[in-house]
Ligand binder design. Structure first.
Ligand code: F6P
Length: 364
């Protein structure tokens, strides 16, 4: 029997969304040419408002190598899902009710949702409310619980590494300290991998609070070995030991009140006041989420997309297609929603980094 499947991409974009949708679509159309796919525009917003389009097979052609998402995306906070869809009509349906209504009026058999942490909380809510949901793990942060890898991560790490590589020549020529800020507010996976791959001397991640004095010592050690420059890779969510002792809202207020646009600039000012060497910052920002998906992500998304299509065709719902022991496995949404995957402090890469002389700013 032909299936009618909705699909949407939600949250921050990244490399790999298009090839993942292509994987889902190809497997569905190959299995039964009369299967139908409805694309919802701009993430959950499209599901709330019904803004959608019936996809053609050709819509999924030529997108294996395209960054971004052909459906558009938006951030729709989970905590607002029970709020009215239209703030001017509080008596009307909530966002959640509107999404359920669209699913029913579109006569969908299933909904495939591509997204990160926030997206999974809402996907779980939809699943709890009786919708047939299958999800795919998207985020450059690699911080989704239940999967070893998320797609977008490797492509973003490759870009962040290229940025560090590119900075090396100026750092060497001028004998400067460069601070490169890498995306990741809560987890330091990207900074850890790009830092190691790019040969950073100091890596600062949210999981390991730092003391600028230890960084200074690491930089001085390099100078004493006649190294002309140093590279610091800092995650955008890195914290000093003093900041880590603050509550969430206290830290947020401190950051808001800061005259610095981001943590890299704050650290630059601190270090600048303590050393003779010039300190500079580079913040590649959303550049890390752009451009083509790398070969690894193209393969990963194709595997995950096909697995999502199989789950839909087999009637296996309420799960995310995850990578576990390098195999694709379904993980229950109930286990994933609301949980983050941080870098464990005993992770092999932290050990490897320390043994190759990289400082995390937490010890001599
Ligand atoms: O979650 C992906 C991510 O790129 C984070 O690394 C970053 O902190 C955040 O999104 C940026 O969000 P926005 O695109 O909304 O500025």
């Amino acid at each position: 029997m032909a299936l009618r499947v909705g699909i949407l991409t939600s949250g921050g974009d990244c490399q790999g969304l298009n090839p993942a949708m292509r994987g889902v679509a190809k497997a569905l159309y190959e299995a039964d040419a009369s299967n139908e796919i409805i694309g919802f525009l701009n993430g959950y917003e499209g599901l709330m408002t019904g803004r959608s389009k019936k996809m053609r097979e050709t819509d999924f052609s030529g997108i294996l190598t395209r960054g971004g998402t052909i459906l558009g995306t938006s951030r729709q906070p989970f905590k607002l899902m029970k709020e009215p869809l239209d703030a001017n009509h509080p008596e009307g349906p909530s966002k959640l009710e509107a999404m359920i209504d669209t699913y029913r009026t579109q006569s969908l058999d299933a909904l495939v949702i591509l997204g990160g942490n926030g997206t999974h909380k809402t996907a779980h809510l939809l699943s709890e409310n009786g919708l047939n949901v299958v999800t795919l793990p998207k985020t450059i942060d690699n911080d989704l619980w239940g999967t070893e890898r998320t797609f977008g991560f490797q492509s973003a790490v490759d870009i962040a590494t290229q940025v560090i590589d590119g900075i090396h020549s100026t750092a060497t020529s001028h004998g400067r300290v460069f601070i490169i800020e890498i995306m990741g507010h809560k987890a330091g996976w990207m900074t850890l991998e790009a830092g190691i791959a790019g040969g950073a001397d100091v890596i600062l991640i949210p999981e390991i609070p730092y003391d600028p004095l230890y960084i200074l010592k690491a930089l001085n050690r390099r100078e004493s070995k006649h190294k002309r420059f140093s590279i610091i890779a800092i995650a955008e969510g890195a914290k000093t030991i003093a900041e880590a002792a603050l509550g969430k809202s206290e830290l947020e207020s401190k950051r808001k009140a800061s005259c610095h646009p981001s943590v890299a600039y704050e650290l630059a000012e601190t270090l600048d006041s303590m050393m003779v060497q010039e300190v500079r910052c580079t913040v590649p920002g959303h550049f890390q989420r752009g451009g083509e998906p790398c070969a690894f992500d193209r393969v990963l998304t194709t595997r995950l997309g096909v697995a999502a299509a199989n789950a839909v065709m087999n009637g296996h719902f309420g799960c995310m297609m995850a990578i576990r022991h390098d195999k694709v496995e379904p993980m229950p949404l109930a286990d994933i929603a609301g949980r983050l995957k941080y870098v464990p402090l005993d992770h092999e890469l932290i050990q490897v980094a320390r043994q190759t002389g990289i400082s995390f700013g937490d010890a001599d």
